[in-house]
Design a protein around this ligand. Structure first.
Ligand SMILES: Cc1cc2nc3c(=O)[nH]c(=O)nc-3n(C[C@H](O)[C@H](O)[C@H](O)COP(=O)(O)O)c2cc1C
Ligand code: SF4
Length: 458
């Protein structure tokens, strides 16, 4: 259901909307943090947060309040809040808008989040090339400090709070939370084995919560409205997927962009109502729903959920374009909501070229620690190269399944699944097109470098 909102985006587009004055005037800036810090206990904040049903906006969709509840006070070590603003997922471009246009929502969210988990410092990890994002965050921190919101006694409360921006050199794998923590500590950005999870041993071996930047920026709005009320804004609140969030669309649409809407928007609304429809009014071919790691959907895919207990049952027999964009709804369709920024492809796009493009990306970005990922991503890419060159045999095509399945579940971090799932998705949905390549009947794909949102060679 298309319900545009402006909790987070109210100051987007206003003159100097990113400044403290605009945040205070338009969004009652910092009044929610004041109320939380001066009237609520830390346990109450966590319990209230759970009611918001904010599913992590970084890709995995873990409930934010539940994650906060994993933090237990340590007898000797401090706790940390770490904000993931790496935003390296191809096709994803939402966190950047918050940093550039409403950075104070991040600071206020960090204040509430820190208080809830018993931390006094939040690190915001931003990739270095986002110069405007860094500058706007630094300025916002300066303004918040000058006003006494950050510092030793925010709102007269004896609870010191600080927010620090840390820049990373910009590697896709540094968005994975434990790799990010290593990078934050000045180490090589390689994922850590889990357990221990960050809540037990995170930044500097201390209890840590890692939240995506949009996740934390949603917190002031949720607490201002009342977390349950916030959750109910979503049309799939009953599926524990609440509130409002940023929806992005890119690729072959007339108006690529980012909008804030109530959770429950459909792909059809995102592509046609907000994105203005397909370039050149061509038919829709396929959609990668939430970043390159999420398996592709075909335009004519239909929901199959005859089981009444399935969260998708209400959409059984309907087009996938009419299913609300939700964490569990999309997982049950065999894909993922991911970062909720969809990449749209028009009729004429060559799925084999897309596959090749994706496999090139994953081959380059694997950190190389685990054999199945390091070698598997290489195999997948080499076979993709052979397909494109017209030298791939049917046997090699079948090997793709074996290699992708060999990666799944056998790696240190979820990058492995992020590589294998889109590969298997393309193979399943476009088997005919892959076989045509093997038989020397290349597709007439129109995908070119300009049109790939992740900028690789097609
Ligand atoms: C390869 C890889 C890259 C990731 N990149 C990002 C990223 O750029 N931003 C992000 O917030 N989460 C990213 N994640 C997810 C994080 O590991 C983590 O789940 C997330 O930051 C938690 O925040 P959330 O619960 O608020 O979503 C990535 C995960 C993987 C496996
Ligand atoms: S799965 Fe890939 S990216 Fe993740 S730790 Fe292993 S080699 Fe590195």
């Amino acid at each position: 259901m298309l319900k545009q909102t402006n909790y987070l985006t109210k100051v987007y587009g206003l003159p100097e909307g990113w400044k403290l004055a605009a945040y205070e005037r338009e969004c009652d800036g910092y009044q929610t943090a004041k109320k939380v810090l001066t009237t609520m206990s830390q346990a109450d904040v966590v319990n209230e947060a759970k009611k918001a049903n904010i599913r992590g906006r970084g890709g995995a969709g873990f409930p934010m309040g539940v994650k906060w509840s994993f933090m237990k006070p340590h007898p000797t070590k401090p706790a940390y809040l770490v904000i993931n603003a790496d935003e390296g997922e191809p096709g994803t471009h939402k966190d950047r808008t918050i940093m550039e246009l409403n950075p104070h929502s991040v600071i206020e969210g960090c204040m509430i989040g820190c208080y809830a988990i018993g931390a006094h410092v939040a690190y915001v990890y931003v990739r270095d090339e986002l110069h405007l994002s860094k500058a706007r965050l630094w300025d916002a921190i300066k303004e918040a400090k000058a006003k006494g919101y950050l510092g030793k006694n925010p709102f007269g409360k004896d609870y010191a709070l600080d927010v620090v921006v840390h820049t990373g050199a910009g590697a896709y794998i540094c968005g994975e939370e434990t790799s990010l923590l290593n990078s934050l500590e000045g180490k090589r950005g390689e994922p850590r084995l889990k357990p221990p999870f960050p809540a037990q041993s995170g930044a500097f071996a201390c209890p840590t919560t890692v939240n995506n930047l949009e996740t934390i920026a949603a917190v002031p709005s949720a607490f201002k409205l009342g977390c349950e009320e916030f959750s109910k804004l979503s049309s799939i609140h009953h599926l524990n997927d609440g509130g409002v969030r940023l929806f992005g669309v890119n690729g072959h649409v007339k108006k690529p962009g980012v909008w804030e809407c109530a959770v429950g928007l459909t792909l059809r609304e995102l592509i046609y109502d907000l994105g203005g429809g397909i370039l050149g009014d061509k038919p829709l071919h396929s959609i990668i729903p939430g970043g390159s790691s999420t398996p592709v959907l075909k335009a004519d895919d239909v929901v199959h959920a005859p089981d009444e207990k399935s969260p998708l049952h209400a959409w059984h027999g309907k087009s996938v374009l009419d299913v609300p964009l939700g964490v569990d709804t999309f997982r049950n369709m065999g894909t993922m909501l991911g970062t909720c920024c969809a990449t749209v492809m028009a009729e004429g796009t060559d799925p084999v070229a897309c596959f090749h493009n994706l496999m090139q990306f994953y081959r380059l970005e694997s950190c190389g620690q685990c054999t199945p990922c390091r070698e598997g991503s290489g195999w997948l890419f080499r076979i993709a190269e052979k397909l494109m060159e017209g030298t791939c045999s049917m046997e090699e095509l079948n090997t793709l399944h074996e290699v992708a399945n060999g990666i799944m579940g056998n790696t240190i971090c979820a990058f492995g699944e992020g590589t294998a799932m889109p590969a298997l998705g393309y193979l399943k949905k476009f088997r005919k097109e892959f076989e045509a390549y093997v038989k020397g009947q290349r597709g007439t794909g129109v995908l070119n470098q300009m049109e790939t949102s992740w900028g690789g060679r097609a």
